[in-house]
Design a binder for this molecule. Structure first.
Ligand SMILES: [Cu+2]
Length: 232
């Protein structure tokens, strides 16, 4: 999230929003109750590299129920023309995309690496950005894909099974985005004071919204709970 934080401070400077006025929302995203049983995924090729069947990493929880990889952002905001081209990387490692969830500003380029030394394909399911299906043979150069339009793009490699390798690239509509860490914690700094609708999105659990009011220099702590497998 560092490049996004850098883009955010540049934007704050541009808008003349004094850092002293900016507020912050921080907190955690957790799962209440029983977690849905994790799907067991089987690689359909390259078992020596991809390993044995493994649990889906769609929902990764900490011991206390913190949800990793939830995307936290301010809903309904769109900054027309906002771009902050930055280069990010997604690696393919033991037949998994790393990171699984990546937030990027519009105009950014994702370099797709292949640490595995086997053929993968990088298939983007996009509506506003190009839908691509690019083969990446062993020892090929990194692919470079640029995303110009805000949307959520699913990424797959079908060579190893439709659900086996999956990632999400979220092209942000504005700078106020964060991804929860392995403890389900997130931090959204540099927010303009005022009322906001926060949105929490998780690939398996769906979305939740929460109104939050941020005072000048205010710090608001929130704790959002999803219920296992209830929403899609
Ligand atoms: Cu693959």
């Amino acid at each position: 999230m560092r490049p996004l934080a850098v883009a955010l401070s540049a934007l704050i400077a541009m808008l003349g929003l004094g850092a002293a006025e900016a507020g912050e929302i921080l907190g955690s995203v957790t799962l209440a109750g029983k977690a849905p049983a994790a799907e067991i995924l089987r690689p359909i090729a390259d078992h020596a590299v991809c390993g044995e069947p493994r649990q889906s990493e769609a929902l990764v929880l900490s011991a206390s129920g913190g949800i990793k990889n939830a995307v936290v952002f301010i809903a309904h905001e769109r900054m027309e023309g906002w771009r902050s081209p930055t280069t990010f990387q997604i690696d393919q490692r033991r037949c998994a995309f790393v990171p699984r969830v990546l937030v990027i500003p519009p105009g950014s380029t994702v370099e797709v690496l292949n640490s595995d030394g086997i053929l993968h394909n990088f298939h983007t399911l996009a509506r506003l950005n190009p839908s691509l299906n690019l083969a990446q043979p062993a020892r090929a150069r990194p692919l470079r894909v640029t995303f110009n339009h805000p949307e959520t793009v699913q990424v797959k490699c079908e060579i190893h099974g439709t659900g086996f390798m999956r990632a999400w690239i979220i092209v942000a509509a504005h700078p106020y985005y964060a991804v929860s860490d392995e403890n389900g914690q997130f931090r959204l700094p540099g927010l303009p004071p005022g009322p906001h609708i926060m949105e929490f999105w998780h690939e398996l659990l769906g979305s939740k919204r929460l109104p939050v009011s941020v005072a000048p220099e205010g710090e608001v702590r929130v704790r959002v709970e999803f219920t296992g497998g209830e929403e899609k």
